[in-house]
Ligand binder design. Structure first.
Ligand code: NIG
Ligand code: FE
Length: 377
């Protein structure tokens, strides 16, 4: 059965806006994008703009509780890292998450996914990181897989080394993950490390990256979020992506670009923490490929809205609206090694949405509440 989508004002194909084209779909796949296509049936999307579903390549969606109580502390001058050092921050979410039942965690995660989905997201990477013991981290991996079965989006699981445990030696902690790798190998697609002041230091980060690289697991890194710290490690170990980079340096950017590492930027985080915006202009100048994602988590990015990510990327980084949509679709899919998602081209999965606005119009009117019509087969 060949279905042809017709009548669209424009199609954003993951890279550029195309006018006057139809899209043909067969068996859940896009097979053609061209003028005046014929099919067995037609779906008329009169005056709409068609997009590939957003890809959210960096999230911490599985956790319990929230950190509303930190907001005034931070706005009154306490820094994110100070709160963490005092045992708050990530550690307070760990406490709530460890206490929560499996069902509570699954339900909370599904609720968050549904919000993202209602705004056009079709793919979510989900990191562990609020367990901080071998058992709890592997439990979170299993729960992410249960979420994947129940959710109506594509889910990509990542094991995140978030912060070292407080009650045991960090090398002992890592050793357990290394020795028991075979027990959870099938549950992970990526490994990530929060490498920064107050989190994992360079030595442990290198231990983690070299172990998992040796196992052939692709790695990503929370790098240079609070201090210039880890972009060179992402380059040295050939990570797929270095994320955040709010406080990166020109050397860091050059090293990443030369090593072919992508940057996944999360503008909500810098905005929410008042830490500022990553130097996108410098990245563009050095040819570093940039993806956009939400970083959804209860401490630094509680918002759930990809349009807000796009809007902040445009006004915070100086991206063009088309660049921002491309970074949140095709580039974000590439950063998850999903070459058949985040674009509307032959061979891609037919996971799309339609709305009333082009990228420029959406950004111009600040339509972060734009109604989205799912278009999927
Ligand atoms: O990406 N920086 C590390 N992880 C998250 C924050 C997690 C939290 O505060 O709970 C981030 O910003
Ligand atoms: Fe993060």
């Amino acid at each position: 059965m060949r279905t042809v989508l017709k009548g669209m004002r424009a199609v954003f194909d993951g890279y550029i806006l195309r006018k006057g084209v139809d899209v043909a779909v067969e068996f859940g796949k896009i097979v053609e994008i061209n003028e005046d296509l014929k099919g067995d049936e037609y779906v008329i999307l009169e005056d709409k703009v068609l997009y590939p579903a957003f890809v959210d390549a960096h999230t911490h969606l599985i956790y319990a509780g929230n950190r509303v109580f930190e907001l005034e502390m931070r706005l009154s001058g306490a820094s994110y890292l100070e709160i963490l050092k005092r045992g708050g921050g990530i550690l307070s979410t760990v406490e709530a998450t460890v206490k929560a039942s499996d069902d509570e965690l699954i339900d909370a995660t599904l609720r968050r996914i549904r919000v993202l989905q209602s705004k056009g997201v079709g793919v979510v990477e989900i990191k562990t990181g609020y367990g901080i013991s071998y058992e709890q981290e592997v439990r979170l991996l299993r729960l992410i897989h249960e979420v994947a079965v129940k959710a109506d989006v594509v889910v990509v699981p990542t094991l995140l080394f978030h912060v070292p445990p407080r009650d045991m030696d960090v090398e002992e902690y890592l050793k357990e993950f290394f020795e028991r790798y075979d027990e959870y190998a099938d549950l992970i697609k990526f490994v990530d490390v929060f490498a920064d002041e107050g989190a994992y230091g360079p030595k442990e980060t290198e231990m983690i990256l070299s172990f998992y690289r040796g196992k052939g697991v692709p790695c990503r890194l929370h790098a240079d979020e609070f201090s210039p710290f880890a972009s060179h490690l992402a380059a040295k170990y050939g990570c797929v992506s270095a994320d955040h980079l709010i406080h990166t340096t020109e050397e860091g950017v050059k090293a990443l670009a030369e090593a072919g590492v992508m940057a996944t930027l999360c503008p909500i985080t810098g905005f929410f923490l008042r830490e500022g915006f990553a130097p996108y202009g410098m990245m563009k100048e050095h040819g570093l490929r940039v993806a956009l994602s939400s970083d959804h988590n209860p401490g630094t990015a509680p918002f759930l809205n990809p349009f807000l990510t796009v809007l902040l990327a445009v006004f915070g980084y100086g991206m063009l609206p088309n660049e921002a949509f491309s970074a949140h679709t095709a580039a974000a899919a590439d950063s998850l090694l999903l070459k058949n998602l985040g674009r509307i081209e032959p061979g891609a999965r037919a996971l799309m949405f339609a709305m009333d606005y082009t990228p420029n119009e959406l950004v111009y009117w600040g339509k972060v509440d734009a109604p989205v019509q799912p278009v999927r087969f």
